[in-house]
Design a protein around this ligand. Sequence first.
Ligand code: UDP
Length: 241
Amino acid sequence: MSDYRYKRVLLKLSGEALMGSQEFGIDPAVPQHLADEIKPVWADGVQIAVVVGGGNIFRGVEGAAAGMDRAQGDNMGMLATVINSLSLQDTFEKNGMDCRVMSAIEMHQVCETYIRRRAIRHLEKGRITIFAAGTGNPYFTTDTAAALRACEIGAEVLMKATKVDGIYDADPVTHPEATKFDTITYREVLSRDLKVMDATATALCHDNKMPIMVFDMGQEGVFKRAIMGEAVGTTVVEEDC
Ligand code: UDP
């Protein structure tokens, strides 16, 4: 445990990451890969909270673009995050990892309801705690839910897993000449419109001095190295760091 820089972290996974090689839904290989990455760190006693998105199943904005009521679509999106959370819980438990799902929308028959103090207790008892159903409100994203929960539970860092290995000054997929930042300030992320997370999530982290680490979870061992304090990916920090 002493090798680790962080003792309590929140990991944000996008729903799309769960698709793996598929075009929709959950590729079982992805939750298994996540379990393989997370288990050694969890077994060493690091407290791990998780927020997973729902973009592999449904996004409210896409429903709205197709003529749907936005709030109705967002409710569907939040329920999609519950499906993903239950899938992760199933895989984690099959790998011998204690895990609880807490939903921002009450659904007693399926999982626990989010209660901040109970969530902290789960973490202290060594249970991976997955926060489902976003913030419980339409018009928000799971990035904002991740920022909110990270602040609420006193996480030391919000770790955002993405498909690229950090934050670049342009999309490295379409701009191969793009340059990666080792660190960047919250203000710069917002002013350059870098789309690391939405503005609400970034501002919440900024206001609460919550560092954000962005890295590619597909790289083997990267999660452990990040928690050990290695400079993987990009870290979003305050001006004077
Ligand atoms: N959502 C919401 N409120 C929240 C979090 C999520 O309404 O607090 C809905 C919203 O429709 C969003 C969808 O859930 O599009 C899935 O979340 P998100 O798009 O953040 O998932 P990701 O892009 O990470 O897969």
